[in-house]
Design a protein around this ligand. Structure first.
Ligand SMILES: [Zn+2]
Length: 396
């Protein structure tokens, strides 16, 4: 096994390293000793300032961090990374003007690498965005993307900029590019952008506009099946065009996909059933929804009010009573039940409901709190389990 390949490569690497070291040493020896001494000192200072700055940054002392970084920049104005960090620090402290100046100065350097120029432009876009200079921010983003069309953070900034301008269709285009680049979809955002576009189309007023808007609403709920506003708009649009069955089925789908938020479309659902003179159908729907496993307390209260308005007090009370059993911590349901019982002079029962609700809350409330760290507990601890100080707990 005299000379196999890895053995030879190993030796060659070692030989190259050694000759490089020898060459460097010889080179250094040949240089002016005093100049070298100053250079060394500056290098040493530079890294000292840099590490001090970094430490301040980590301990969240931004003022001191900036001071150290400024010293680094004074010694070595070539350090692009430090300039970038300094600019970002200024921006994060709300000193947008200073951040803009630093990033603009960087971009103006003729010998800047493309990667550094892109970073500086991106940061400048962020400065402008935070400063509220939307047009300039958009322009800077576009410049970054012309160099690097897949710059994900820029796409995400540009998306927010277009959202803030209310340019929903452009925002949607950017979102789709962002999705392609990152591989991460954002269905909630995409759905809501589609809804905004659809709502604007609705304002066009023509039949074609409305149909196109309905298409957008449909896409939105397909992309994000829990989109409450999507089902509401879709249902309302169907209602406006007299397609009652389709309207009801939109609301019914929402009740299945996001039952916690169903109470938000109850008014529209009632309107739909009313327009086809089917109040019984509405009530059947509501009874099913209120008794469903994910019925929200808001839905229970809404339904009890509907019954109360129609003087069906006993039914309303039963709905609320079942509600307090299912959600013992829901103060809103208890309050509604107490009010209704009082109105019917059923005081004893009302007091009972109030007592149970209060008991439930008291049993969960902490009684003592540590004055040192804020730890709360129902029992007193002579040594706080969180900060380990002695005798610091006071009753709340
Ligand atoms: Zn403590």
């Amino acid at each position: 096994m005299a000379f196999d390949l890895p053995y030879l490569i190993g030796w060659a690497a070692l030989a190259i390293t050694v000759s490089a070291v020898i060459f460097r040493t010889a080179y250094r020896l040949g240089r002016d000793v005093e100049a070298r001494y100053h250079e060394k000192l500056e290098e040493h200072q530079e890294s000292a300032f840099y590490y001090k700055g970094l430490n301040y940054l980590l301990s969240d002392e931004q003022d001191k961090a900036i001071e150290e970084f400024v010293k680094v920049v004074r010694i070595n104005s070539e350090t692009v990374e430090i300039h970038l960090s300094l600019g970002n620090l200024f921006r994060s402290r709300g000193e947008v003007g200073r951040a803009i100046r630093i990033h603009q100065n960087l971009i103006a350097r003729p010998n800047l690498s493309t990667a550094h120029r892109t970073s500086a432009l991106y940061e400048l876009a962020e400065d402008y965005r935070q400063g509220g200079f939307v047009d300039r921010a958009v322009e800077a983003c576009r410049q970054v993307l012309s160099v690097d069309p897949n710059h994900a953070r820029t796409l995400s900034s540009l998306l927010m900029l277009h959202e803030s301008e209310g340019r929903w269709d452009t925002a949607l285009e950017v979102l789709q590019r962002h999705k392609k680049v990152t591989g991460t979809p954002d269905p909630r955002r995409e759905a809501h952008l589609l809804l905004r576009i659809g709502q604007e189309q609705m304002e066009g007023g023509t039949l074609a506009d409305e149909e196109s808007a309905i298409d957008r609403f449909r896409s939105a709920v397909r992309i994000f099946p829990g989109c409450v506003e999507g089902y509401r708009l879709l249902g309302e649009a169907h209602l406006a065009r007299g397609r009652i069955g389709e309207a009801i089925s939109s609301f019914a789908t929402l009740q299945k996909t996001r039952p916690t938020h169903f109470f938000l479309v109850v008014d529209s659902l009632l309107k739909a059933y009313r327009s086809q003179d089917d109040i019984t159908g509405f009530e059947k729907f509501m009874v099913r929804a209120v008794n469903g496993p994910s019925a929200s307390t808001r839905l229970i209260i809404l339904w009890s009010r509907y019954l109360e308005e129609r003087e069906r007090f006993q039914e309303a009370i039963e709905v609320l009573r079942a509600g307090t059993q299912k959600h013992p911590s829901a103060v809103g349901v208890a309050k509604q039940l107490i009010l209704m019982l009082s109105r019917m002079n059923r005081w004893q029962e009302a007091v009972g409901v109030a007592e149970r609700c209060l008991d439930h809350h008291l049993s969960r409330q902490p009684v003592f709190q540590c004055t040192q760290c804020g730890f709360k507990a129902q029992d007193i601890y002579w040594q706080c389990p969180q900060c380990h100080q002695w005798d610091t707990m006071e009753p709340l």
